[in-house]
Ligand binder design. Sequence first.
Ligand SMILES: [Zn+2]
Length: 214
Amino acid sequence: MMRGFGLGVALAALLACGCVCPAFDAEAMRAEPLVRIVDVDPRIRIDLRYATTDNFTSRVLYDAPEAYLRASVAERLRGAQDDLARDGLFLVVYDAYRPWSAQWTLWTVVADPDYVADPRKGSRHNRGAAVDVGLVDASGRSLPMPSAYDEFTTRAHRDYDGCTPEERANRERLERALYAQGFTGLATEWWHFDAPHWAWYPILDEPLRGAVRR
Ligand SMILES: [Zn+2]
């Protein structure tokens, strides 16, 4: 059922864009494994908020503090880290692959599509093709951004103009690094980035604990 669901969304995405990229292998993408981000690039910091109570629901939603992405998406993130390392900066991952069942739990806490993706449609995070990231310096200090993570106000919007020059520069530095690797940003969340062709990856419900061995 989930495979059919993913294929349906993929076909809808194909019809929406009206083209097929010749270098794009949909079958390979569907089989692409989840990998642990720190196994691909140990420089990237992990602060998986839904594995703690430090998130907007104040509830622990994940079974392990493990951040996974599809293999090629993790490689793109490594490319962004290579770029940022030239400025002595590091990515910090707040969320990555999110099991589908956790999406339902999130929905029971906040059943508002303005804040949480409807689990019947699935989140891009459920596909292992989206990542929430910020920046830290070499000492692990978070760089100031226009809003807190998961702050659902206009301050979180990419075009928010009321921030300090430093906050704007940090937001734009993060964007440049991710966009150069093919990611696209969500307009309402400075921290959220989608991998190319995210809709072609099927929704998964592998638990975080031990997902790398599956
Ligand atoms: Zn996100």
